[in-house]
Design a protein around this ligand. Structure first.
Ligand code: ATP
Length: 290
């Protein structure tokens, strides 16, 4: 299973560009998309889900041109959009039956599959009450369940962990790991730690472009030995920022504590080298003028 995206551009209008000459090859496993607001994550996901058309560029799924045959991907797609709407009067069970009908999924195995999915997202006990009475996190979980109805081979989740508590995040991660051995899973999140724990590979986007794509450890390796922490006087902060890329500051009563990335071979007095994390690289790459 390979999705090959070449030179994708989405021009919404003269001022707004969603994607700009974006190319990426995605194989089976979980790809985490990281990028600041407006980076183009949702635009990319909508185009792959064939609900938005690119201005230019091509998408090939296992060598087949998606523009010529959108059904080739639609048949095997599960998609959770960012603004997922539910029918408030239906209960979870009825809602999943309804979506199954829309997707052309049926047959004797459907009941069992719905039961399994409701269990997978921990909604069995609430399956018979109207979705309108659900919390935000519960609605998100029914949104996740509907993506899995048709045993998809391409799964797209736009901000799936929004509203989920830590326990539900772990449950989601386990569910996705199960699916991902056989499928392409693409998910976006603003929460770097979620991406770090779920994704096999990470793609960092900014201003409609791909800045980096690799396994998390390789991405973190880009700034190995370059992350430091130190404490300085409040008044020295501006000068410090001119010398190094400060990625996090915490103002204490007397001093400012900060975390920064440095190219400098000479260490600042009192600074200590710390282990780099994905969040450091993410901030480094997206704050930088790339
Ligand atoms: N329907 C639209 N019409 C005009 N411009 C749009 C439209 N949808 C997105 N854009 C613009 O395209 C760019 C990319 O937006 P997109 O929603 O894909 O980013 P994103 O990375 O998903 O951001 P977020 O994290 O905020 O969801 C932004 O500048 C946005 O304003």
């Amino acid at each position: 299973m390979t999705l090959e995206i070449k030179n994708l551009t989405k021009q919404y209008n003269q001022q707004k560009t969603g994607l700009s000459d974006f190319s990426i090859t995605i194989d089976k496993g979980v790809l985490g998309l990281l990028g600041p607001n407006g980076a183009g994550k949702s635009t990319l996901m909508k185009i792959i889900a064939t609900i938005s058309k690119p201005t230019r560029g091509t998408l090939f799924l296992n060598g087949e041109d998606i523009a010529k045959n959108p059904d080739s991907i639609r048949k095997i797609l599960g998609y959770l959009p960012q603004d997922f709407g539910v029918y408030p009067n239906l209960n979870a069970y009825e809602f999943l039956e309804y979506i199954a009908a829309m997707k052309g999924v049926g047959g004797p195995g459907l009941r069992k599959r719905i039961d399994m999915l409701l269990d997978g997202v921990n909604l069995t006990a609430d399956a018979r009450r109207p979705i309108g009475s659900y919390s935000g996190g519960m609605k998100q979980r029914i949104g996740i369940a509907q993506t899995l109805l048709n045993d998809p081979k391409v799964l797209i989740f736009d901000e799936p962990t929004v509203g989920l508590d830590p326990e539900e995040r772990v449950r989601f991660r386990d569910l996705i790991s199960e699916m991902a051995s056989e499928a392409i899973v693409i998910l976006s999140s603003h929460i770097v730690s979620d991406i770090e724990t779920i994704a096999d590979e990470v793609a960092i986007m900014k201003s409609g472009k791909l800045i980096d794509k690799a396994i998390p450890s390789a991405i973190i390796g880009r700034i190995e030995n370059r992350v430091f922490e130190t404490t300085i006087a409040h008044t020295d902060l501006e000068a410090f920022k001119a010398r190094h890329q400060v990625i996090n500051t915490s103002r204490q009563a007397e001093k400012t504590q900060l975390r920064y990335i440095s190219n400098a071979t000479e260490m600042e007095a009192g600074a200590r080298n710390v282990t780099a994390g994905l969040e450091d690289v993410y901030l480094f790459l997206t704050q930088n003028q790339h």
